[in-house]
Design a protein around this ligand. Structure first.
Ligand code: BJW
Length: 252
């Protein structure tokens, strides 16, 4: 059964599945933070990759070639993130977590907006832009001496500092990847929200959940297509659909 549902006429079966779910897993991407004013990556007009080349900014080789450019670009991104606040989509997910027995929020986002909205069990697959780590030692660095150097240097080894995010060609944090895979395998309901599903291994999680028996729900501005059974596709803004879904599922 594949349901493409417009508006907020949520199928009764989906509302029941959500209300009585034992374990819910959610995968989010840049789209959920778009309504908080943060750019997505692949929107053809406003996405970051429409204006900047990932090969020049989001790979370890790019950092080695031009660390100043990469550091300053992330500094600019950090400032955007610091100005942003969670939107109703983030808050609705925190509400779902408070209502179901087991809940995992697997995010590709690096902006902490889920945590700010009150989500507790958050798995960050691609790191966090607010953290900094040493490029040489790969360990988180909390503070460093203020100098003119851009990027600054690691106070332990003198190596260059970089944002603690996962670039193309880098492995995801192993613990986060295991947690995400386990949550996906064990979920009876899996949401894929605001992601283009183009980046692996995150893109494979909905299939993993589905293959292990989960009902899958996608929420995306674009029409998403899928060959799987037991999938509900909602086209629209996550910040509108999710609060409506929570309201309907637990009304009364
Ligand atoms: C809305 C909305 C609204 C808008 N409401 N919706 C297997 C096959 C092929 C390649 C590979 C493979 N396995 C690994 C790879 C290589 C690579 C990869 O996947 N490449 C593909 C692109 C081809 N993956 C990796 O390198 C990963 N590492 C890895 O796998 O290591 C082992 C390995 C390495 C090499 C080879 C093989 C194995 C690491 C990936 C790291 C990704 N890093 C980034 C940058 C993070 C730091 C930063 O923030 O700068 O992560 S790239 C960028 O893409 C960012 C995102 O997290 C990620 C996903 O993007 P997302 O979130 O889906 O955003 P968009 O913009 O694409 O989509 C937004 C969606 O929202 C759209 O659909 C909109 O319609 C929608 N939307 N508004 C609802 N209001």
């Amino acid at each position: 059964m594949t349901n493409r549902t417009s508006g907020y006429n949520f199928p009764t079966q989906l509302l029941k599945t959500l209300r009585f779910a034992r374990q819910v897993a959610v995968l989010t991407g840049a789209g959920i933070s778009a309504e908080s004013g943060l750019a997505t990556f692949r929107d053809p007009m406003t996405g970051l990759w429409a204006k900047f080349r990932p090969e020049e900014l989001a790979t370890p080789e790019a950092f080695q070639r031009n660390p100043k450019l990469v550091w300053e670009w992330y500094q600019w991104r950090r400032e955007q993130v610091e100005k942003a606040a969670p939107n109703p989509g983030h808050f609705a997910l925190a509400q779902i977590e408070s209502k179901v027995p087991k809940f995992s929020l697997i995010t590709q986002n690096v902006d902490s907006l889920h945590q700010q909205a009150g989500s507790k069990n958050v798995v960050e697959l691609h790191g966090n832009i607010r953290r900094t780590k040493c490029f040489e030692e790969n360990i988180v660095v909390e503070s460093w001496p203020e100098t003119e150097d851009v990027p600054p240097h690691c106070p332990r080894c003198g190596g260059l500092l970089r944002p603690d995010v996962v670039w193309f060609g880098e492995n995801l944090p192993l613990e986060a990847l295991y947690a995400a895979a386990n949550a996906s395998k064990n979920a009876d309901l899996f949401f894929s929200i605001g992601t283009s599903g183009q980046v692996e291994p995150a893109a494979s999680l909905p299939r993993l959940a589905q293959q292990n028996g989960a009902t899958v729900v996608t929420i995306n501005l674009e029409v998403t297509t899928t060959a799987f059974h037991k999938v509900y596709n909602f086209n629209g803004r996550a910040g509108e659909i999710l609060p409506a879904l929570v309201q309907k599922a637990w009304a009364g």
